[in-house]
Design a protein around this ligand. Structure first.
Ligand SMILES: Cc1cc2nc3c(=O)[nH]c(=O)nc-3n(C[C@H](O)[C@H](O)[C@H](O)COP(=O)(O)OP(=O)(O)OC[C@H]3O[C@@H](n4cnc5c(N)ncnc54)[C@H](O)[C@@H]3O)c2cc1C
Length: 539
């Protein structure tokens, strides 16, 4: 099939649990074959370009973008949010999200080379949920859609300890203040709650119980993981009041039944309710510039469901807030620096990028029986945080209905690593490219995460490290790091009116936790100060 973008699009997605570690069980390597004659044979219709001015523009509606939009609107500031993806509305028995055991075009962002192996099924280009960013030795995976990564994330939401945070984050970020103010604020916004025992005792949660037994038997710490979930939805599923979505592990590409407090239904919904925030979906930012007058100029493609450009917009603003996520904020800014669209960006831009040492294993234990359906998304984890320099976490997550058999489940491991990657501008491709050291993260993997996973699994088990097939991360972090490229409040150094509030601000790790809570808490902290000091003065 000939795609609108001059590529022959034939993507293949695993028919077996594509998402379990992109998903653990099996990711895709599809083909995208350039068709040299396509553009000449089918000239694109001309599209109109319009120009507008705005007081504040936020790129992206994930954690960082959502926090920025809400807090600025609450301070009385009118905000335009540009989001490249679509809205994904849920509710009992909805069919909004694709099913991981039978994925379709909704799974992939149309510009993604697919990097997931498995039984091939053909997929049309679509403004889907997951973008794969293929670099040297690393594929970063991020989300698209109103709510960003919160749409597809499992929702594991952890706050780091003071010791680990202070070891890996810049001095000056006061953990005590964040612990008192910002982490609890995020927890309230996302309605964090752990799975109730009544649910864990049910037959669908045998894998969670078995993991807990194995962790205890090995003398490792065991904790329930806070999740942004109304667990009554899961209980209602077990009572037959709605089709399964949580209780059969079907929620890895988004929970159809609702009950998940993702950013679209929390931060973004509250921001829009102020009447001061307008959000444009399917508006893909292609370039950012600084004008000679010091304004920010944003080039935007309004796109169709298949990614066809319907219209172009050039927006100017004195205040540009980057919330496009680590990979896309970094790529937009690194390209702008290379092409001279923004001069004098700080030297550290595009450096200090990390994976959170993210690893996903398929754990197969012949002595276990997890039943035909594994409830999820996540109940228990093991926080091995005693030494701040090797701190890591291992979590059990459910498999979708059941591709690997009744004795397999998923283990997720991540932690602090000192390996770092960087972005450079590739002029032939006209885009910024991610580079990762070939054996990056080996120290923490070989000495800490791997051994902990093996202890929990036990000698009778088989562990399949899905990163061995496609080295990938769900946790891209850094690129416009706090303390080097940005000040502690997200202001890009030397660039009045330019801010970074998303995962690009993180120092290449998230202190042995999944990243979303610290991204949101850092954004909350930054916005407190931006509202107090910059609104009325700079904004
Ligand atoms: C499958 C999966 C599971 C995960 N599980 C967890 C978990 O359990 N716990 C956890 O803490 N973290 C998890 N993560 C990671 C977490 O989702 C991210 O760390 C988090 O979403 C990053 O927040 P952010 O604000 O930096 O960016 P995002 O949430 O990624 O938001 C960025 C937004 O910007 C938009 N955007 C990007 N480029 C453009 C552009 N050019 N123009 C317009 N809009 C643009 C994107 O579409 C997106 O909506 C998971 C991630 C994935 C993919």
């Amino acid at each position: 099939m000939l795609g609108h973008n001059g590529f022959t699009r034939r993507k293949f997605i695993s028919g077996t649990a594509a998402v379990t570690g992109a998903v653990a069980a099996g990711a895709t390597i599809g083909t995208i074959t350039p068709t040299a004659t396509a553009r000449a044979d089918s000239p694109r219709p001309r599209v109109r370009t319009t120009r507008e001015e705005h007081r504040v523009v936020v790129i992206g509606s994930g954690f960082g973008g959502g926090v920025a939009a809400l807090r600025l609107a609450q301070a009385g500031v009118r905000v335009l949010v540009l989001e490249r993806g679509r809205r994904w509305r849920t509710g009992p028995n909805a069919e909004t999200f694709p099913h991981p055991s039978n994925p379709d075009k909704r799974m992939l962002w149309y510009q993604s080379p697919s990097q997931i192996l498995g039984k091939p099924v053909s997929v049309e280009p679509y403004v889907g949920l997951l973008e794969t960013v293929v670099g040297d030795n690393m594929t970063g995976i991020c989300a698209a859609g109103v709510g960003g990564g919160s749409l597809v994330y499992q929702g594991m939401t952890l706050e780091p300890t003071r010791e680990i945070f202070e070891t890996h984050f810049p001095a000056g970020l006061d953990w005590s203040e964040m612990h008192r103010v910002h982490y609890p604020r995020v927890a309230r916004m996302l309605h964090l709650a752990t799975a109730p025992n009544e649910l864990i005792r049910s037959k669908n949660y045998a894998a969670a119980r078995y993991f807990a037994d194995r962790v205890r038997a090995n003398g490792l710490p065991l904790a329930k993981i806070p999740m942004p979930i109304d667990w009554n939805f899961a209980l209602a599923e077990l009572q037959g009041k709605m089709r399964p979505s949580y209780t059969n592990g079907d929620g890895q590409l988004g929970v159809n039944n609702g009950g998940k407090f993702s950013v679209d239904v929390t931060y973004i919904a509250q921001a829009e309710a102020t009447g001061l925030v307008s959000l444009r979906t399917q508006h893909n930012v292609t370039e950012v510039h600084r004008t000679p007058k010091g304004q920010w100029e944003i080039h935007v493609d309004k796109i169709s469901d298949t990614g066809r450009v319907l219209a172009k917009q050039i927006l100017t603003t004195p205040t540009l807030i980057m919330g496009a996520g680590s990979l896309n904020t970094s790529r937009l800014l690194v390209r702008a620096a290379a092409l001279g669209h923004i001069t004098d960006l700080p030297d550290g831009l595009g450096q200090g990028w990390g994976t959170n040492a993210d690893r996903i294993y398929v754990w197969t234990d012949p002595t276990a029986d997890f039943g035909p359906a594994q409830g999820g998304p996540v109940v228990y984890g093991s926080k091995n945080w005693a030494d701040p320099h090797s701190a890591h976490t291992v979590i059990q997550a459910s498999m979708p209905p059941n591709p690997m058999g009744r004795n397999s489940t998923m283990l997720v491991g991540y932690g602090v690593s000192d390996s770092r990657g960087h972005f450079t501008y590739d002029s032939a491709a006209d885009r910024a490219r991610l580079h990762w050291p070939k054996n990056g993260d080996q120290r923490i993997q070989n000495r800490h995460i791997g051994p902990a996973v093996r202890r929990i699994a036990g000698p009778q088990s088989t562990l399949t490290d899905t990163n061995a097939a496609v080295n990938s991360t769900w946790h891209p972090l850094g690129g416009a790091n706090v303390g080097t490229v940005c000040d502690l409040d997200g202001r890009v150094k030397g660039q009045r009116g330019l801010y970074v509030v998303d995962g690009a601000l993180m120092p290449g790790n998230s202190a042995a936790c999944n990243p979303s809570m610290t991204i949101a808490a850092l954004a909350e902290r930054a916005l407190d100060r931006i509202v107090a000091n910059d609104v009325g003065a700079r904004i």
